[in-house]
Design a protein around this ligand. Sequence first.
Ligand SMILES: Cc1ncc(COP(=O)(O)O)c(C=O)c1O
Length: 424
Amino acid sequence: MGLVDLDKQFVWHPFTQMKGALITPIVKGEGVYLIDEKGNKFIDAVSSWWVKIHGHSHPYIAEKLMQQYNELDHVIFAGITHPKAVELAVRLVDKLPSNIDKVFYSDNGSTANEIALKLALQYWHNQGVTKTTLVAFEGAYHGDTFGGMSVSARSMFSEPFNHHLFKTEFIPTPTNSNIESVEEKLRAILIKNDVAAFIYEPLVQGVRGMAMHNKLHLSRLLALAKEFGVLCIADEVMTGFGRTGTLFASDQVEVKPDIVTLSKALTAGVMPLAVTACSNAIYEAFYSDDKEKAFLHGHSFTGNALACAVACANLDLLESEEVSKNLSDLICWQTEFRELISSHKGIKAARQQGAILALELNSSQQSGYTNELGAKAYAYFLDRGIIMRPLGNVLIIMPPYCITKEELQCIYTNVDSFLEELFP
Ligand SMILES: Cc1ncc(COP(=O)(O)O)c(C=O)c1O
């Protein structure tokens, strides 16, 4: 039996209606390429769910991973520490906004946000203050766990679970025309003095279709939330590690978060690892002689040594001149292509933030995840050696930073031909 047949018999894939699912067998990854059983090569145009910033099987990361394996692969992280967990925390705190002082480890983006929400709620609880409301943006996506779903848009993804999700107040994302009314709406929520935290994807809402908002508008909303003592949680799971043009999207926003969550490119997409980092002010609300005030949360793989070593190797690469040149070249090429393509009659909107390029296509159906153009585009690009994974009618070009101009041009040429075919 072939790999795909065995897969169909025994494996259940994420975000996939298994009936009729198109499954591609990949056996090797090399730089920006994924290679199937027959030796066919595919450009990984979405960095395998936005994680592989240095491409596949990077030799420097492999070396550091093997070194760590030979020293220590994993150890219980309650009551024990190890050098790479400490090194990573020191280096992240140095790079994160200056008010961020402490790092809590977990394994994936949803859990990092779950922990952020729990920290925020317990922060108030430990001080004897009852604050139970969370605020989030409309169209938000913060993960698939119950907390993550609660602060994410209600949709077909959450539908079976809606009764079990906790109450969240959703505010529109700010634009030039609505910023005043969004501020009003936020103020009306804050005035009740019951808001524990405001969670937001800074500058770019990924799963919404790379919907983008302005840093000045975001700053205004954060400043308002802070006036009411609300904890601000920047979900940098997708935006972290250079994607938006700065190391973190929050670097571009004047008002800084109290909590930052990281995952995806934290290990350059090599190992599952996540971070929930917070200010000393939050940490101190848990620091007590009273054991019940501790943050009683953890996972078997918290602080995994292999993952921490890989994350440190990722930081080494990000600090190198080569990677920062690659990233700035990629941003320039994306800008040139956006400028060329944005006037095409098939394009409703061409959005860019740093190295993220999103092309929203015109469609008679509603924009969004279920738009049938998504499946059509996926199959079209796959046939032409490109793994794209559009979000409905939004094509997303988010390749590893090491992509060459020629490889990127191959994606652009196929976007052109797809548009010509759809909008002759
Ligand atoms: C902004 C944001 N937060 C959280 C998550 C969830 O991360 P994970 O898939 O690692 O659970 C995602 C995933 O796409 C995301 O884009």
